[in-house]
Design a protein around this ligand. Structure first.
Ligand code: ADP
Ligand code: MG
Length: 289
């Protein structure tokens, strides 16, 4: 291939906020058959809000105070949402010790002598069995596209919280642009299938849900059928997935980790930038052949 064409392709990208790390990445991106997207912060705003608080024991303020104590110090978007809600409701944090993250599942800590866990319904079912959870309530909230977390005290459910993370308007346009280019888009999420599908319907994207972090890597491997696969993420929790794809694309200003792991970065915080990258690659390679 022609180094001059590659160099000018990379320069043309840089002028439009599409940073590409080298000729191999520029060449590969135009040939991808599928793009895997991280959900939170990439297809959604990444700033969930607590919309529903359901105490199973009767005291919403104490539920929120316990959950916030568990999430204190975590940078997970769900943790930030719960801490923000406790602060805006004026609920003081209770002392907690032994804070621990179970990635893709839950956060836990000891509060008031009890092991308090805030986590996915699946995690709750594994702890307390299915019988003790208000399944209809959870289903209704999830069908509204909300993420439900269950609060457990010594493995018994004491409450639910639902959180809404709005889809990004540019995600809808970006996925439509990729479809026009003949590229398959798939959303990978640790969220449950109902929530994932509700968001996927709004965005017109195929959904793989209920994925633990390691399952995201095997989904990426499974998408590599006959053509390379790209992964788009905001770099929060998705460094390994960016690295597992043939082309890792960091979006959203990007964390340092994302920019180190990724093959390309979109400075403008727009999903349409992914389609722009593909078009740029195809135009550059056409000039060469
Ligand atoms: P995503 O794929 O959206 O990045 P994660 O893999 O981080 O999601 O988490 C998957 C699910 O695990 C969340 O929807 C939530 O139910 C649960 N979870 C993970 N971390 C936490 C946390 N810090 N607090 C509460 N729940 C959590
Ligand atoms: Mg993310």
């Amino acid at each position: 291939s022609t180094p001059a064409a590659i160099t000018s392709g990379i320069a043309a990208g840089a002028r439009r906020g599409l940073l590409i790390k080298g000729g191999a990445a520029l060449e590969t991106i135009g040939r991808v058959g599928a793009i895997a997207f991280d959900k939170t912060g990439t297809l959604t705003q990444g700033r969930p809000q607590v919309t529903d608080l359901v105490s199973l024991t009767g005291n919403e303020r104490s539920l929120l105070g316990m959950a916030a104590a568990v999430e204190n110090g975590s940078s997970h978007p769900i943790a930030r949402a719960i801490l923000d809600r406790a602060a805006s409701d004026g609920i003081p944090l209770r002392p907690a010790r032994g804070q621990k993250a179970l990635p893709g599942r839950a956060a836990q800590a000891v509060v008031g002598g009890k092991l308090i866990e805030v986590g996915s319904p699946r995690h709750a079912v594994e702890s307390c069995g299915p019988g003790n959870l208000p399944a209809d309530r959870i289903t209704t909230l999830e069908d509204e596209g909300k993420t439900v977390v269950v609060v457990l005290a010594d493995t018994q459910p004491v409450g639910l919280m639902a959180l809404r993370d709005e889809p990004r308007p540019d995600a809808l346009r970006g996925i439509a642009a990729l479809r026009q280019l003949g590229v398959r888009s798939v959303m990978l999420t640790g969220d449950n299938a109902r929530t994932g599908q509700a968001i996927g319907r709004k965005l017109g994207i195929e959904v793989k849900a209920d994925l633990l972090p390691e399952n995201k890597l095997s989904e990426i491997a499974a998408l590599k059928v006959g053509a390379p696969v790209a992964m788009v993420g905001d770099g929060i929790n998705d460094g390994p997935a960016l690295a597992a794809a043939d082309v890792g694309i960091a979006m959203g200003g990007g964390t340092d980790v994302a920019l180190e792991t990724a093959d390309a970065a979109l400075l403008g915080n727009r999903v349409e930038g992914v389609a722009d990258l593909i078009a740029l690659s195809r135009a550059t390679m056409t000039n060469i052949h």
